[in-house]
Design a protein around this ligand. Structure first.
Ligand code: WTA
Length: 637
């Protein structure tokens, strides 16, 4: 018997010990007992972090959608798979059963096939949070096409970069999307992107809002008539365990986003297992994750993890503030949500509003609360615990990354005692390590270090699309024989982990990963800008906000600074998207640099965070231009 479902603390420790003592046996038992395979594996795990190469369930054959859909039909075909809650509360919710979802996925898969899409082809999905997005994800997986979902808040330029990088043949989008009171013209953004990237042959358009759109002959078509004609049966493509399942872009420390490549079997086993345990999902429960499917959280814990477990997963199209700040709680009440998973930034935003928004709703259905995406501060944790959970629901602070595919460090509710701001203990199979600046593993507790993982787990990303060297350099080169997360962590006296934040050039704003380099590249393209540096600084709601230090060219010196600030932000919005806009812009005459010309962000971070005593700033003597520091401080906000 595998230990698929952990129910108490002793069991957790017992399972954890087994999982690290013999990971191959541990995962093989789970894989064997809980999934459908067309052929079993020859070897459970082959790995070499130096290459790096990681193979799980070698030579096994399967299709993940058979596991998400087909195998449930005889036992829970009429159970709701997806609840769709629209942006506008006046519009009716939709309840899609497993039978219906299966049909819709098959139809969409057949439409893709008719358009010439087959195994290994890349399909870009640029859609709002509507059921078609989940259907399209699964339709790709059914026929072995590799989906690349791009969050529909990204700009045309950002979309074009992602389409170009993976050479997507086809895009599925919608005419537009609703976000609160706004309508966003998604098809128009796709049109602009495709002016820049010519690789896409076909654009299929879902009708969601009523706006005029342009159709480019031969390239663009409404998807509905094609779906209407398509057969509701589509055989699965039999996939190898290590065949690519999807690409998902995440920010890195250079201008180019990293297309993290996830493969089939390991991702399936790990997301299913972690969904079951971290949320303690029971057959009749309604589970809701408020993330967007455009991020990894949506991939793993709206679509794959829940459906692999035959769960009912809620998809919400809108935003927490529309029509007012009770929207989340109204949805919890209406659908009797049992597990609720959101981001600290959303909690902080909601906690600032009148308590009546939450108090006036019946939240007694809730059993487990979760957070993800950034460290949760103590105050937000208590507000969530007191007012949403009514001190009655364990909070799972789940730490993980796009690269890890699934949750790695988190309490198991009802087993692991929680502790505010701590992600607590590693899940089974996860072997974390803290490493000091000399690359030595630190064994004692009550200490800070860089967080690494010493042993592969099934859902680790296998590569960066088209750039394996970058994958090696980013994750497997800093420390020998370890995966480096880019995060710092503190381990307390009992071994609980608390994630302290990024130690590299990635900044987490409102739970979104933003690299400094792409933002700086966008700013530097402004004709008046010579150079720029971006750092994060603490922000009440967003966790971090962005502070830009900008050097102007001579031509820019005479310009009005307010106008220039607005133009810089406009430039960022066009190149990346509004999520990357700067909260503060300071025009400076120089930036603190090392003698080798590297910007000393450490110092800029201190200035942005208003920590400007000599002690705060540390040693500035190695700077090429130490005088600039005082000048920047004097002119800072
Ligand atoms: C941060 C999101 C503290 C962390 C699933 C990580 C967290 C990055 C937590 C990955 C948490 C995620 N506590 N920090 N519970 N969860 N992070 O790729 O810095 O969008 O490296 O994946 O978010 O962000 P990503």
């Amino acid at each position: 018997m595998s230990n698929y479902h952990i129910k108490h603390l002793e069991e957790y420790f017992q399972v954890y010990r087994k999982s690290v003592h013999n990971p191959e046996l541990y995962w093989a038992e789970i894989a064997e007992e809980h999934f459908l395979w067309r052929k079993k594996w020859d070897q459970v795990l082959h790995w070499d972090f130096n290459k790096p190469e990681i193979i799980w369930f070698q030579n096994a054959k399967l299709n993940i959608t058979e596991n998400c859909l087909d195998r449930h039909l005889s036992i829970r075909g009429d159970k709701t798979a997806i609840i769709f809650e629209p942006n506008n509360p006046e519009e009716k919710a939709d309840y899609i059963t497993y039978n219906q979802l299966h049909k819709r996925v098959c139809k969409m898969a057949n439409v893709l096939k008719d358009q010439g899409i087959g195994k290994g082809d890349r399909v870009c999905l640029y859609l709002p949070m509507i059921p078609e997005l989940a259907v399209a994800v699964l339709a790709c997986a059914r026929i072995g096409a590799i989906h690349s979902v791009v969050f529909a808040g990204f700009s045309a330029t950002a979309l074009a970069t992602r389409i170009e990088d993976c050479q997507a043949k086809l895009v599925i989008t919608s005419d537009g999307s609703y976000r609160g009171a706004k309508t966003i013209p998604l098809k128009k953004i796709v049109d602009e992107a495709l002016e820049k990237s010519k690789v896409v042959k076909t654009v299929l358009v879902v009708k969601r809002v009523d706006i005029e759109i342009n159709f480019k002959a031969k390239r663009d078509q409404w998807i509905q008539p094609l779906l209407d004609k398509a057969s509701p049966k589509c055989p699965i493509e039999i996939m190898d365990a290590e065949d690519p399942l999807f690409i998902l872009y995440t920010s890195g420390s250079t201008g180019k986003p990293k297309g993290m490549l996830h493969t089939t079997a390991g991702y399936m086993v790990y997301t299913a297992f972690t969904f079951k345990n971290v949320f303690q999902y029971q057959e009749e429960d309604v589970y809701w994750c408020t993330a967007d499917i455009g991020w990894i959280t949506g991939h793993s814990y709206i679509v794959y993890g829940p459906l692999l477990n035959g769960a009912t997963t809620l998809m919400f199209e809108g935003v927490p503030s529309y029509p007012d700040y009770s929207r989340f709680w109204e949805i919890v009440e209406k659908h009797k949500v049992n597990q609720f998973y959101t981001a600290p930034t959303a909690i902080r935003a909601l906690a600032k509003e009148n308590l009546d928004f939450v108090k006036s709703r019946d939240l007694s259905s809730l059993k487990v609360l979760g957070t993800v995406g950034e460290p949760i501060n103590e105050e937000a944790w208590h507000w969530y615990n007191d007012h949403v959970g009514n001190k009655n629901c364990p909070i799972v602070d789940t730490w993980w990354q796009t690269e890890t595919g699934g949750i790695l460090i988190s309490p198991v509710p009802f087993s692991t005692p929680t502790k505010p701001t701590y992600a607590t203990l590693p899940l089974p199979g996860i072997q974390p390590a803290l490493v000091d600046e000399n690359a030595n593993e630190i064994h004692q507790n009550q200490i800070n270090g860089n967080l690494c993982i010493k042993f592969p787990w099934p859902s680790v990303a296998r590569s960066i699309w088209g750039n394996h060297q970058r994958y090696k350099d980013t994750y497997f080169s800093a420390y020998k024989n370890m995966y480096f997360t880019g995060d710092g962590a503190f381990r307390d006296e009992v071994g609980y982990y608390r994630i302290t934040g990024r130690v590299d050039d990635v900044i987490i704003v409102s739970g979104h990963n933003l690299g400094t380099a792409p933002i700086e590249d966008a700013i530097n393209e402004h004709p008046a800008v010579a150079e720029s540096a971006i750092v994060g600084f603490p922000h009440d709601i967003k966790g971090n906000a962005l502070y830009g230090f900008v050097i102007l060219k001579e031509t820019g010196q005479m310009r009005d600074r307010d106008n220039l600030s607005a133009e810089v932000n406009q430039q960022i919005t066009e190149r990346i998207g509004p999520i990357a806009k700067l909260d503060k812009i300071q025009f400076v005459s120089g930036l603190p640099k090392t003698r080798s010309g590297k910007i000393m962000r450490r110092i800029l971070r201190k200035i942005a965070g208003k920590q400007t005593t000599e002690k705060d700033l540390g040693d500035t003597s190695t700077l090429l231009n130490p005088d600039i520091v005082q000048e920047i401080i004097e002119e800072s906000y």
